[in-house]
Design a protein. Sequence first.
Length: 581
Amino acid sequence: MRMLNRRRFLKLLPLAALAPRAGANQQVDSQTPIDGNTLEEGAKLAGLSFTPQQRDQMMDGVKANLGRYQALRKLKIPNEVAPAYFFDPIPSGSRVNVGASGSSLKLSPQTIPSVSSNLEELAFAPVTQLSELIRLRMVGSVDLANMYLGRLKKYDPSLQCVITLCEDLAMKQARRADEEIANGMYRGPLHGIPWGAKDLLAVKEYRTTWGAEPYKDQFIYTDATVVERLEQAGAVLLAKLSMGETARGETWFGGMTKNPWNLKEGAQGSSAGPAAATAAGLVGFAIGSDTRGSITLPCDRCGASGLRPTFGTVSRYGAMVLAWTMDKLGPICRTIEDCVVVLDAIRGSDGKDGSVRFVPPLNWDAALNVSGLRVGFAKAEFDRVRRAQKTDDQTLQTLKTLGVNLLPIELPDFPVEALRLIMDSETGAAFDELVVTGRADLLAKQGKGDRPNNLRHAELIPAVDYIQANRARAILISQLAASLEGIDVLVAPSLSEVVLMLTNLTGHPSAVVPNGFTGDREPTSISFIGGLYKDSQAALLAHHYQQGTDFHRRHPDFLSAAFTQPSSHPAQGHPENSSAN
C-alpha cells in the first residue's frame, strides 16, 4: 500500500468528516453490555447459530473486536487509501504477453467536415474529425471550447449534467493549445479537444463533489492521473460532469441528470453526466467510471459509445473509490474509435495505483479485417426476452454480413449475484464514515435501493464471507476463461445483468455501442466483450459494426420547448464560489 505523508493525508480528508454532526448514529463501544442473546441475534444476521457454551466462549473475543472497530474508526482513513492487496484478473497459472511498451494507432481515414461560421454544426463531430480540423488549423481550440461552453450553458438547465463549469481553466488550456499548434508543437489527436470529467476525478483548481451533499464543498488539492494525462495530451477540460451520488444512479445533490432523447427520464447509471453531455454534443468526449455497469448503462440509455477497459489498465489515482477490486475508468465518446484514441492517452501505470501492473501495447489498426476474429455470442442471454431483443437480433445478422462467424457460447452457471458481497463490502468500507457519523442521512435518495441503505446493511457483512466471496471469484475467473477459450470477442446484450456482473467481477474489457432504437425511439446498444488486456480486439469489432451502421450518427432532437429556461451555468468552483451551484 502506498504511504501518504501527514500533510497529504490531512489534505485528502474531507473536513466535514472530522466531527460527527448532530444526530449522528450512536456507536456501541467496547464497554456496552453484550450478553448471549446479543450474540445469538447477531449470529442470525450471518445465517449461523451457536450453543450457549460456544457463545460464552466467544464473549471476550467479540468485545475485543468491538474495541478494534472503534480504534480503526478513529483513524478517519481517506477514501483514496487502498487496502494492502490488489486484485489480479489473470486466471491462476496464466500469463499476459505485455509485448512492447509503445502503442501503434492506425486510425480510419477521415472525411473532413466543412467549417462554417456556425461552429455548432461541429458539435456532434467525432474526436477523429475534430482533431484533423485542429491539426490543419481549420478551426481553433479556443473557438471549439467557446462553442461547447455555450452549449453547456444553454442545455444544462434541462439536462442537469454539469456540476461545475471549468471555464477559466478551459480557456487557458485552449489558448495554450492554439499557440503550441501554431508553433508546430502538435501533441497528437487529443490536442485542443474539449472534454468533460465525471466529478469523481480530482482537479486541484475545482471542487470534487462525488455528486453527494456531504462532499459538495470538497476540494482535493491534486489532479487525478487521468486528468494529468489528458492535459499532457493537450485536451481541454470544460466541466466536471454530474454523477449519481457516491456513484449510484443518476440523481445527485443538484437534481437528476436527464436522458437527452427523453427529458422525462433519467440518463441511468452513475456516469450519467458524461454520457448525456457526450450524446447531446456538449463536449468532444468524456471520462466515466464503471464498477458494475456505470459506463454501459448510461451509454445504452443516451446512445453514446463507451469503452470499459480491462481492470488494471487505467490508474484510478485521484478518483473516488467505490470498490477497489472492481472500479475502472474509461472513455465515453461518439464513436468507439474515439474511445480508443482516448484510452491510449490515459492507459498505463503511474506508480500510484498498485492495481495497474500490466501495460500491454494498445495496437490499433482500423483497417484490419474482422473476419479473422473468433467471435462468440452469449446464447442464453440472447434467448431471454428483453427490451432490445429486436435490435440485438439484427446486430447478429449485421455481424454475419461483415463476414463474422458467430459461435454460441454458454457462460458459467455460477451464483454470480452472491458475489455482490464483494462490491457491497468494499463500498461499505470506502464510505464507512458516512454511516458512523450519520452523514448518510444527507444523501438525496433514502429508499431501500439507494446508497444510504446499501451502506448500512454492508456494515453487517461478515469479513469471513467477503473473503469466501473472493475465493469463489477465483473459481469464476477460471470458469469464464474456460468458457471463452478459443474466442477473441464475446457479443452480449448490454443490459444483461449476468454479463454485467460477471465481466465486471472478472475484469474483462467491454465496448458498448448504439445498435438501434425501440418503438418509442429510445436508443439501444450492444456490447462486445474482449479478452483480458485485449481491449483493442473488442473495439475493432465494435468499430467495424459502426462502420456498417449509422446509429452512432443519429442525435437527439432538441425540442425548442424543452429548452426555454433561462440560460445559466454552475459556479466556477474556486474556494470563494464553492457553495454556489
